[in-house]
Design a protein around this ligand. Structure first.
Ligand code: NDP
Ligand SMILES: O=C(O)C1=NCCCC1
Length: 348
């Protein structure tokens, strides 16, 4: 499939968000997912593309398709929701994608958040192939604080180590603001997301120093050396490594999912989605400082701006989202044609 990034020299077309969702939905259904699963994955993937999360937007479509074709993930899995404690929901994704499992557990999770002020949703046996911010932002839009953690496959070395142990292990956080878009950050615990290393390799770009090591353990800025037997480094040295370890503990040990280093998809050629776990924590600020919470957040945001920080995390995405609402999502015509063909839609 044409790479969204490789096609940057072509004239660019634009597609409306809802049209991209419909196209992706048709592609995922044709690839063997249940319609409800396809709808959730399509919205997630289109949202990432719209918001400029390039490593987890259309770039991932071939990976979704090859993973489904390999039989590694069950696109028709029906998640099982378990009410395990006053503030604890468990979901067995039954080898399906993580986002439908999250959606299945959310109504019970929200009941518990309202009753207890905080609740956790632990997903296991799941495949997360997307950006993490779409899993937390909606809770902040409903007035809650949310945090999520997901592990992936071993491609990050511990500090001083030569063998990959951790996944790229993103952490996403969302908090509501008074009358504005929520504050959302979403960042891998590694120097870069694996997807960005792959995009750099395709484009022939080298990476910043401190990104990874080659197969001998020597530092490298060559994305191909990282992908070919090498590994990524945690971001920020031992501090990022501690976060990567925390994500393994929360997303795998606590949920009953696999650690990143336990994922073995060797019997499934072409599979790319890691089968692991995810933890979501949702907090009702009314149980804490109550109404003053959003005012306190504004005080902090004001001080950050006064101190010279030009933007908050999430602001770049929101700007691209607003732009896409006006003119559509930029897409290379060749890629649009390929997606239409995959969906079985007319390509002219
Ligand atoms: N499913 C999975 O297993 C995995 C998914 N991923 C996904 O990959 C994506 C990319 O991760 P990663 O490369 O670490 O993310 P980035 O380094 O691109 O961004 C991390 C965060 O920093 C914010 N940010 C960036 N620049 C600035 C700035 N100048 N000022 C203030 N805030 C800033 C971003 O906000 P903004 O977006 O507004 O720029 C974002 O919230 C994430 O969506 C992540 O969930 C990564 C690893 C594994
Ligand atoms: O980009 C990454 O890093 C990952 N994205 C999807 C799942 C595996 C890791």
């Amino acid at each position: 499939m044409t790479s969204p990034s490789n096609s940057s020299r072509e004239a660019i077309a634009h597609i409306a968000f809802d049209d991209l969702v419909a196209l992706l939905e048709a592609i995922f259904v044709k690839a063997g997912t249940a319609p409800g699963v396809a709808a959730i994955l399509a919205r997630n993937c289109a949202s990432a593309e719209r918001d400029g999360s390039k490593s987890h937007g259309l770039f991932r479509v071939p990976g979704y398709l090859s993973t489904l074709a390999s039989g590694w993930v069950d696109g028709k899995a029906e998640p099982v929701v378990e009410d395990v404690a006053a503030a604890f929901v468990r979901v067995d994704a039954r080898n399906g994608f993580a986002q439908p499992a999250l959606a299945a557990g959310t109504p019970l999770l929200l009941e518990k958040v309202k009753a207890c002020g905080i609740a956790l949703l632990a997903v296991r046996q799941s495949h997360h192939f997307g950006a993490l911010w779409p899993d937390v932002e909606p809770f902040a839009r409903q007035g809650f604080v949310a945090l999520s953690f997901v592990n992936s496959f071993a491609c990050v070395v511990p500090i001083g180590g030569s063998k990959p142990v951790y996944g790229t292990n993103p952490i996403a956080f969302a908090a509501p603001r008074a009358g504005g878009d929520p504050i959302v950050f979403d960042q891998a615990a590694s120097a870069l997301a694996n997807g960005d290393v792959r995009i750099a390799a395709r484009e022939g770009r080298s990476l910043p120093p401190g990104s990874g090591v080659d197969r001998t353990g020597a530092p490298t800025t060559d994305p191909k050396a990282i992908l070919d037997g090498g590994a990524l480094l945690p971001f920020g040295g031992y501090k990022g490594a501690a976060l990567a370890m925390m994500v393994e503990i929360l997303a795998a040990a606590l949920t009953g999912g696999q650690f990143s280093f336990e994922v073995d998809w060797s019997a499934h050629p072409g599979a790319e989605t890691p089968k692991t776990g995810q933890l979501l924590i949702v907090i009702d600020p009314d149980a804490g400082a109550g109404r003053s919470f959003v005012d306190r957040v504004e005080t902090l945001v004001g001080r950050i701006a006064d101190a010279g920080q030009e933007r908050l995390p999430g602001d770049r995405r929101y700007a691209l989202r607003r732009r896409a609402a006006e003119i559509g999502i930029p897409i290379a015509p060749a890629l649009l044609k390929e997606l239409s063909a995959l969906a079985g839609a007319p390509t002219d």
